[in-house]
Ligand binder design. Sequence first.
Ligand SMILES: [Zn+2]
Length: 273
Amino acid sequence: MPELPEVETIRSQLEPLLVGRAIVDTWLSPEMPALPAWPPDAAAFASLLVGRRIASVGRRGKYLLIPLDDGNTWIVHLRMTGALIHCREGLPEDRFLRAWFRLDDGSHLCYRDVRKLGRMWVVADAEQVVGKLGPEPLAGALSPEALRRSLAGRRAPVKALLLDQRLVAGLGNIYADEALHEAGISPLRPGGSIAPDEAERLCAAIGRVLQRAIGHGGTSFFAYLDARGERGRHQLHVGVYRRQGEPCPRCGTAVARVRVAGRSTHYCPGCQV
Ligand SMILES: [Zn+2]
């Protein structure tokens, strides 16, 4: 699933291509009727986009936020396998193409989605969709104190809590595992047992791990493609994620894989305590 670094990579690639452009036509596949989450009717959804000019391309957590010149915001969540790919010359032959948006320079923004779980909204107030998200880890909004406060008293494993988008926006399975490894904290620890110095280490580790992944254009173990249709490179640089049985890069202990809150979780039993 695209997490914060993947969505940020797509955002930064799309920004110079989309800002100032008008949407002149659109097509939504009838095979994916739930793609427009709001308004749910495909024709009504399209009518809110066609003729509008794109004011900017932003991001909140794993959501792309695209403000339009009429004050509405077009919001895209890629979920498991969604991808937004900018195509300069015509439309690709792609059986997983679920929607396209033609721009006034003749290019297309193509939406492909193998598992058909992605969602889009056009709303007057973006807070209706993203209002419940927790602090942004890269905008300085996530502080060690805020992190510790939201973990305090919680018995759930810290790994499971980091996946809760109301606590921290944008982390998913890959970067929660990587941040806990970087911070030297076991994913199995109850959230409430995290001490102030550990919250400080974890907060800093989350920021570093996400920044490094953005520097590598995101992680492509599975379906993730960026806005140019290319794979990310961060899978070549991970510490523990999907490296079970291989030596920990910090201490050499074999990386373990366990299930935490139903999610496969990778950690080093040697240096994560
Ligand atoms: Zn280790």
